[in-house]
Design a protein around this ligand. Structure first.
Ligand code: GAL
Length: 657
């Protein structure tokens, strides 16, 4: 569902669509003109630069040097290529670390990270923040009137590279202030965290620590607040830089490169301060995890959903990935196909990472468009042909959006709470979402991801696979949505916890309100660990359905009808249900059915809802629309011809209504 006030979105940098991530500081200056010529030859119109070049910009404290970047920008501009500058806070230099070693983050076990990677930073550290403020201000003042600079990327993949964020004194102190603001009194915090357990009661906020490594166990409520705090800290860290750039460079756009389902920072919050979000898309995964078009599609859809508008790809895979070990080499056609998939799901611009494969440092095997030796090869030819073909379409498509009538609830509190207590060791929040997403993707039904609290009435089907934490407002929202005619699917573990990560105990699961909505009570449950239980379609006992894994709720019906029953387990009781409620319907899944069972059960519902399920002979099909204009993308992710498309082929057709 697109926001009606944003039907057609003005492109932030009109005319810019194809870019490369360029690191002039890695190559001799004598090479730059040739790079610029080759970029222009393949249709590149912008380059992102500078996001790791702190030391080149400020080799010694306060001694700024922008002349080298000015020359790079000029050379690119002479070839019609404009610049997006990264603020280089992702790589604080050695001189700064030597002066302020406390910038290096402390992990939950009290170990300090060393210098020599990147993002070795404590984001609350005052000295670090002061240095960034000075450097970003100097950069902003230097570049605000440069006609070739169009915008900024803040830092790089905020929240990446940190396992634990930072547990130093500055972070703990900031956490205490955050808690005091949230709870007002320490008594309220004690109540919310249930500190009566194991004598964890605090007398004042200053006694509270970060949830660092303990001898035995941690308080899940404290851990959840810590994750919320860390996310807010990252948002605040970004805002520090955004504020400077807004003030100094009012004509420039500001973006940041996200990582789809990464969990360190709430991207809905992070997106709020940006003109548009960007994303780094590596369909082959970091290393060896294989290609999964549905996973890539979900990553793109979630990124589009963070701000509910078109986005940019700031890093698109341009070759085999690799640090210490390497991934498989993309087959001819795959790089272009993956870039097209990004456009199909809402990207207005695609920037390839990286221009030339680096010969030094950690990422020597993360392949760019040019190979190590710098002469154009097959990747250059493939992407140049892609750029030529798609450029006119990108110009037309800018601002248009895929329109979704199905939403999957994706919320960071759920993500974090289930990280803290997954219950089943195999339970992964994002995997569960993907399990549902795959069903829609296979049927070529477009999906938005939405946070809790968002109005639901523009969607005809809402799926909340793991609505584990349940806020009263959200419960009400679901009831109103269904009674007004909506279709809702909730999954197992719905309503277990409250907002403070305490178990709700007022009524049997899933709670009184949800129980009424779903027409059932859960009288017991079984965390299946690695066992599977049999499932059978309830309306036709003869049809064996498949298996349920991860979890099995023991459901007592109170108005609902069974959709699936257990087979040879729990007296063949209901495993999935449907309940008419007001003008709509609420379904509940007490287990995770295998994919085929889910599809068998739900495709008829999707048809009934007019969602036009269309497995389109194995192709991925998606549309972008703007007013009456419509573009249909067909993508063949297979290595054999399908649907009239060659292996890894695609087409884009304009079908105005
Ligand atoms: C991204 C990151 C890039 C580069 C790339 C390949 O996550 O933003 O700077 O590191 O991965 O490793």
């Amino acid at each position: 569902m697109s926001d009606p006030t944003r039907e057609t979105v003005t492109a932030p940098a009109p005319g810019l669509h194809i870019g490369v991530d360029y690191y002039p500081e890695h190559w001799p200056e004598s090479r730059w003109p040739r790079d610029a010529g080759l970029m222009a030859g393949m249709g590149v119109d912008f380059a992102r630069m500078g996001e790791f070049a702190w030391h080149r910009f400020e080799p010694r404290e306060g001694d700024y040097d922008f002349a080298w970047m000015d020359r790079a920008i000029e050379i690119l501009a002479a070839h019609g290529i404009r610049t997006i500058l990264g603020t280089p806070s992702a790589a604080p230099p050695a001189w700064l670390i030597r002066k302020h070693p406390e910038i290096l983050p402390l992990d939950s076990q009290g170990r300090r990270a060393g210098f020599g990677g990147r993002h070795h930073d404590c984001q609350s550290n005052p000295a670090y923040r002061r240095s960034i403020r000075r450097l970003v201000t100097a950069m902003a003042r230097h570049y605000r009137d440069n006609p070739h600079v169009v915008g900024w990327q803040i830092d790089n993949e905020l929240g990446n590279s940190h396992d634990d964020l930072c547990f130093c004194r500055s972070c703990v102190h900031t956490f205490q202030g955050w808690l005091e603001e949230k709870y007002g009194s320490v008594e309220a915090l004690n109540e919310a965290w249930g500190t009566a357990f194991w004598s964890q009661t605090y007398n004042s906020f200053t006694e509270i620590d970060a949830p660092r490594h303990t001898v035995a166990g941690k308080n899940p409520s404290q851990e959840l607040d810590w994750k919320r705090f860390c996310s807010d800290l990252i948002v605040d860290f970004q805002r520090l830089q955004v504020d400077i750039l807004r003030r100094e460079c009012p004509r420039h756009f500001i973006t940041h490169n996200l990582m789809s389902f990464a969990e360190k920072v709430n991207y809905y919050d992070l997106a709020r301060d940006l003109d548009f979000v960007s994303h780094d898309q590596y369909p082959s995964g970091f290393y060896l995890s294989g290609i999964d078009p549905a996973r890539s599609a979900a990553q793109l859809d979630v990124v589009r959903s963070f701000a509910g508008r078109p986005f940019w790809i700031m890093e698109q895979q341009a070759g085999a990935s690799g640090w210490g070990v390497m991934g498989r080499t993309p087959e001819p056609g795959q790089l272009a196909l993956w870039a097209t998939q990004a456009v199909a799901h809402g990207a207005d611009a695609v920037c390839f990472f990286r221009w030339r494969t680096c010969t030094v440092g950690t990422e020597q095997y993360w392949h760019g468009i040019l190979p190590h030796h710098g002469e154009p090869g097959r990747r250059y030819a493939e992407l140049a042909a892609w750029a030529r073909a798609i450029r006119p379409q990108l110009a037309e498509l800018a601002g248009s959006m895929p329109e979704a009538r199905v939403a999957i609830v994706y919320d960071y509190d759920q993500y974090w709470a289930l990280r803290i207590q997954p219950q089943n060791q195999a339970l992964r929040y994002v995997d569960e979402l993907q399990h549902w997403y795959r069903l829609f993707h296979e049927q070529n039904i477009t999906v938005d991801f939405i946070p809790e609290g968002r109005r639901l009435d523009g969607y005809c089907l809402v799926v909340a696979p793991l609505q584990y934490l349940m806020r009263p407002g959200q419960e009400r929202l679901y009831c109103d949505y269904v009674s007004g005619g909506g279709h809702l699917i909730l999954g197992y573990r719905a309503g277990v916890k409250d907002d403070s990560n305490r178990v709700r105990a007022g009524a049997p699961l899933p709670g009184a309100l949800l129980g009424g909505l779903l027409g059932l009570r859960i009288h017991d449950y079984d965390c299946l660990q690695d066992a599977a239980v049999g499932l059978r379609a309830a309306e036709d006992e003869a049809v064996p359905a498949g298996t349920g894994t991860i979890w099995a709720d023991w459901i007592e019906l109170d108005g609902a009808h069974p959709l699936l029953r257990y087979d040879g387990y729990n007296d063949d009781g209901p495993a999935a249900t449907v309940h008419e409620y007001g003008a709509g319907r609420a379904c509940y899944f007490g287990t995770r059915p295998d994919h085929a069972t889910l599809a068998r059960l739900l495709v008829p519902l999707l048809t009934e809802l007019g969602l036009a399920p269309d497995p389109a002979s194995g192709l991925e099909v998606i549309e972008r629309t703007a007013g009456t204009a419509r573009w249909r993308f067909r993508l063949n992710h297979g290595s054999a011809p399908q649907g009239g498309l060659p292996p890894y082929g695609y087409d884009i057709t304009r079908l105005d209504s």
